[in-house]
Design a protein around this ligand. Structure first.
Ligand code: FAD
Length: 368
């Protein structure tokens, strides 16, 4: 039987960062096991049959305010200096998003100043005694016109539910900018790994202390390996055999199309709140800056997702009072275990951006 200091389940950005830190900084022998046949988890990218670099599980743009995270990953990659832009297709026009002064001008076909935007919102916003749901949250800040054009149908497609049925938190962080800043993220560090995420991950795993197994589940290998500690980045409910019930996720079905033209969309991502069944389309070449006569797009169709075994795979945790309570029961069970850490988006039942996955691993393993 082979022996390791740490067994890591899942080779997504969380598991790979953990393996890299434990091997390089703690000099521990690590086995990382991934049930898919490739590494990278949902950040995996690859070359498609037309020779175009695509993100198989939807567009991933790296952005962070944490210099420590940026510096850590920069040991393994150079970055394409990419700043993310998104448009919303509304009233048959590609309109600036997130909402800023340009958005109002493009929507209403007249000039707006900062003060015009402030007075528009002042006039349109609906004063409510209590913010009870995701619709209230938007209409109390921006009014019904903006809500109906940008948020109402998008939210319904994204979550399969009316915004009135969803918690206010879902729409609480939607920004309105009183300037003309059209960039999607405001973090000081933004980019795409120069040769892709998978290439960066391969370099992170390239260390004599790290062994990788792909195509096998934890259950497949568990009894064949000796390990002193376990880091589990798969679904926490699956680990405990769904003893408290399955944790609910919204999934996404990704549909890829290659077009025989150099570019197709004006920017990398276009949101479609009111047209089509898909929520958004991504044209990867804007992000990867690949030179190629063709272009590849990915269309996202949100859908119900049962568990990690069912397609579409779980993408966004559905946070309701009931699901949070169910997760807490799993967390209590996890605390009973010694030498086992649950990490990452599935281990913690949280929506986590990539940088936060890396940050959490750095912080938690410092104490390891
Ligand atoms: C559509 C979409 C777009 C996103 N875009 C961005 C973005 O632009 N920027 C950003 O910062 N973040 C983005 N994110 C978030 C990002 O995808 C996550 O931060 C990241 O994938 C989480 O990594 P992870 O390692 O925790 O989980 P995962 O990537 O899910 O990795 C977990 C791994 O564990 C494996 N596994 C599970 N169970 C087992 C088992 N029993 N045995 C063996 N292996 C197992 C899985 O196969 C998987 O490979 C996006 C998310 C979605 C859904």
């Amino acid at each position: 039987m082979k022996s390791f200091d740490v067994l890591i389940i899942g080779a997504g950005i969380t598991g790979i960062t953990a393996a890299s830190i434990l091997a390089r900084e703690k000099n521990l022998r690590v086995l990382i096991d991934e049930k898919r046949t490739h590494i990278g988890g949902n950040c995996y990218d690859c070359i498609n049959k037309d020779g175009l670099l695509i993100h198989l599980y939807g567009p991933h743009i790296f952005h962070t305010q944490h210099k420590s995270v940026w510096d850590y990953l920069s040991q393994f990659t150079n970055w394409i200096d990419y700043i993310h832009h998104v448009k919303a297709f509304v009233d048959k026009k590609h309109i600036s998003f997130p909402i800023n002064i340009n958005t109002f001008e493009q929507l209403f076909n007249k000039t707006f100043t900062r003060n015009d935007v402030i007075s528009y919102l002042e006039k349109e916003k609906i004063d409510l005694l209590k913010i009870e749901n995701a619709e209230d949250m938007v209409i109390s800040r921006m009014g019904k016109t903006i809500y109906n054009k940008f948020f109402k149908n998008y939210t319904r497609k994204q979550w399969g539910m009316d915004a009135r049925q969803l918690a206010p938190e879902i729409t609480a962080r939607i920004p309105i900018r009183f300037n003309r800043d059209d960039t999607f993220f405001t973090d000081p560090y933004q980019g795409i790994p120069e040769n892709g995420y998978t290439a960066m991950f391969k370099r992170m795993l390239d260390h004599p202390n790290i062994k990788l197994i792909t195509g096998k589940t934890f259950q497949d290998i568990q009894k064949t390996i000796n390990f002193k500690a376990l880091i589990f980045t798969g679904p926490i409910d699956e680990f405990f055999n769904y003893q408290n019930g399955a944790l609910p996720y919204r999934g996404i079905h990704f549909d890829f199309k290659t077009y025989d033209q150099e570019y197709y969309l004006p920017v990398a991502v276009v949101n479609y709140p009111n047209d089509h069944e898909y929520t958004r389309a991504t044209e990867f070449k804007h992000m990867t800056q690949q030179k190629h006569p063709k272009t590849s797009l990915c269309y996202e169709y949100p859908a119900d997702s049962g568990s990690d075994q069912v397609s579409p795979l779980p993408s966004y945790p559905i946070l309701t009072p009931e699901s949070i309570c169910r997760y807490k029961a799993y967390q209590d069970a996890a605390h009973q275990l010694t030498d086992t850490l649950f990490m990452g988006r599935l281990g913690k039942f949280q929506y986590l951006n990539m940088d936060i996955c890396v940050k959490q691993v750095m912080d938690e393993l410092n104490a390891f």
